[in-house]
Design a binder for this molecule. Structure first.
Ligand SMILES: [Fe+2]
Ligand SMILES: [Fe+2]
Length: 236
C-alpha cells in the first residue's frame, strides 16, 4: 500500500476536502464513540447508581454516568459538525460493542467494569491523542482525564470491596465472568480498518499491540488488588 502524506486536518470544515477514505475512517471512529458512550451509559453507568451501596458511592456513580453521557454528547456534536446524519449515530443503526452485553446485576460487577473496561477505553483514547484529525484529537484530550477518573473509581471501590472476604470473592467472580469479553474490544488482528487508521495517522498502534498492552496493564491492576485474571484465548 502506498503511504499518503499524512494530512493535519484542523477543523470539520477542512475534513470535507480530504480523501474519501480519510473522511470515512474519521466518521467510523466518531460514530463508534458516539454510539458506544451512549449505550454504555444506559446499560452500565446509569443503572449502577441504584446498585451503589452508600450515598457517597451513589454521588460518584452519578458523576461517572454524567460524564459518560457527556462523552456521547460531545462525539455526537462532532459527528453533526462533520455532516454525519443523526440516525447513523444511534444504536439502532450501528450495533454497540459486545462488551455491553454483560448483564449488570451487582455493585461488584460494576466495579469490575470500571476497573477493566475503562482501562481498555483509556488505551483507545491514548491512541487518538495524536490523531491527524484535530477535532478528534481535541476530544480525546478532553475525555482522557474523565476516563482516568472512571478507572480510578474502579480501583478505589474494588479496593474497598477487597477489605472483606465476601467482597473480594464477589469481585473475583465478577472479573472471571467479565474479563473474557474484553480482549475483543480491540478488534481483530490484521484488521483492514486499523490498517487504514494507521495509514492516515488517525491511530498509532495495531489492534494486536493495543490488546497485548491492555492484557499486561489489566494483569497489573488486578494483581495489585490481590486478585487474578482468568486465562483468555489469544486471538490468532
Ligand atoms: Fe467514556
Ligand atoms: Fe469511562
Amino acid at each position: 500500500m502506498t503511504q499518503p502524506t499524512i494530512p493535519q486536518v484542523k477543523t470539520s470544515e477542512e475534513l470535507k476536502g480530504q480523501d474519501e477514505e480519510y473522511r470515512t475512517a474519521c466518521e467510523k471512529l466518531v460514530i463508534s464513540h458516539a454510539v458506544n458512550e451512549l449505550y454504555g451509559a444506559q446499560v452500565f453507568d446509569e443503572p449502577a447508581i441504584a446498585l451503589a451501596p452508600t450515598p457517597y458511592a451513589k454521588w460518584l456513580t452519578c458523576r461517572v454516568a454524567m460524564e459518560e453521557y457527556g462523552h456521547h454528547v460531545r462525539f455526537k456534536q462532532l459527528g453533526e459538525e462533520m455532516g454525519i446524519p443523526a440516525e447513523k449515530m444511534s444504536p439502532q443503526e450501528k450495533r454497540p460493542l459486545s462488551i455491553f452485553e454483560f448483564p449488570l446485576k451487582t455493585w461488584a460487577e460494576f466495579c469490575a467494569i470500571k476497573l477493566l473496561a475503562d482501562l481498555a477505553e483509556i488505551l483507545q483514547v491514548e491512541d487518538l491523542v495524536q490523531c491527524s484529525f484535530h477535532p478528534l484529537r481535541n476530544l480525546a484530550r478532553m475525555t482522557m482525564p474523565e476516563e482516568r477518573f472512571h478507572a480510578q473509581f474502579g480501583k478505589d471501590f474494588s479496593a474497598e470491596l477487597c477489605e472483606t472476604e465476601e467482597g473480594k470473592a464477589a469481585l473475583q467472580d465478577a472479573i472471571n465472568r467479565y474479563f473474557p469479553m474484553l480482549p475483543a474490544f480491540f478488534g481483530r488482528p490484521k484488521s483492514r480498518n486499523n490498517e487504514i487508521f494507521r495509514k492516515w495517522g488517525i491511530k498509532v498502534r495495531t489492534n494486536e499491540e493495543m490488546r497485548d498492552d491492555y492484557l499486561r496493564r489489566a494483569k497489573e491492576v488486578v494483581e495489585e488488588l490481590g486478585l487474578t485474571l482468568p486465562e483468555v484465548e489469544q486471538a490468532a
